[in-house]
Ligand binder design. Structure first.
Ligand SMILES: [Zn+2]
Length: 313
């Protein structure tokens, strides 16, 4: 089997309140279709804390607070999610932005990608990079995110713009529109087609990660227009994934590191649980194992263990 992880930064399960939560008003027919017509909000989850079980999708509320006071943050949340080590507890606090040496060390030792490669699995990061990105890192002007560190810790190659142009990568904004705004001569990709491309990568690998973070940016800016735009793009993107993915062999897992965009009444992250939306093979097993971000890596490893890997070629 394979796992296709769609990581959406800053997307919590908030209230079904159109005055605060853009997920209630954004055009999201694909997600609503998976949730019995309801918006992706905490009200979908039954009151007893059990997951929502639909015909096609299971929705679990996942804790992002990790037993540490304060607002959950990206560096610790992503490190935890992609290593199975509670990075916030190790640091004694939630850390925003880019990982510190302690977090980099956790990822270098325990990265999900590294563990998968060591187990003989084919893992890949679907997002392409620009040459300028690596120039900035190499000159000390920028540092790798937790996600990128997790990928590089496995010694895996990353995708570049040439892969995007060849249809073998999906830019973090899904469509490439922000790349074009930055002056890159790349073709726009419809969200639907981008989803189909991601599904194709899932056929060729045991584990594929895609990362989107403009939801978190929209949340910090309390920007309703931007939030609604990116949520709509993500919904069509998910529709494209579901058009093309083989759900008999692939688990689609949409998950986040902490809440933010689901409550535009504040400019900070939230302590809301995050969604783990599970579609396809093994969704019941995954749902049973996911209580907090620290469970993500072990759940994925358990799903892929004992299963035959993807055939070569
Ligand atoms: Zn943030």
């Amino acid at each position: 089997m394979s796992v296709l992880m769609i990581f959406v930064d800053g997307l919590g399960l908030g209230d079904d309140n159109p005055a605060k939560n853009p997920l209630v008003t954004a055009p999201m027919p694909n997600l609503r279709g998976l949730l019995g017509g309801a918006p992706l909000a905490r009200t979908v989850i039954p009151g007893d804390g059990q997951p929502y079980e639909g015909d096609v999708a299971t929705l679990v509320a996942v804790d992002s607070c990790l037993g540490v006071p304060g607002l959950p943050q990206s560096a610790t949340g992503q490190t935890t999610m992609l290593s199975g080590v509670n990075a916030a507890a190790m640091l004694g606090r939630h850390l925003s932005g880019l990982p510190t040496p302690t977090l980099v060390d956790i990822l270098r030792r325990h990265s999900l990608f590294k563990q998968l490669v060591e187990a003989g699995r084919r893992a890949t990061f679907a997002n392409p990079f620009t040459p300028e990105y690596f120039e900035a890192v190499n000159s000390g002007r920028w540092r790798h995110s937790a996600t990128t560190t997790a990928v590089l810790s496995a010694g895996l190659p990353v995708r570049m713009l040439a892969d995007l142009q060849a249809g073998r990568a999906v830019f973090h904004d899904v469509t490439g529109e922000t790349l074009r705004e930055r002056g890159y001569d790349v073709a726009l990709v419809s969200p639907r087609e981008a989803g189909r491309r991601l599904a194709r990568l899932a056929r060729e690998h045991d584990f594929v990660l895609f990362e989107h973070f403009l939801t978190d940016k929209a949340g910090h800016a309390q920007d309703w227009e931007s939030a609604r735009h990116w949520l709509g793009v993500l919904d069509e993107f998910l529709g494209g994934v579901l058009d093309a993915v083989d759900l008999d062999r692939t688990l689609v897992m949409l998950i986040s590191d902490h809440g933010n965009v689901e409550d535009l009444s504040v400019r900070t992250h939230t302590q809301n649980p995050v969604p783990a939306l599970l579609i396809g093979r093994g969704r019941a097993q995954a749902a049973a194992g996911l209580a907090s971000l620290v469970d993500v890596t072990p759940v994925i490893l358990a799903l892929l263990a004992g299963e035959g890997g993807t055939a070569c070629g």
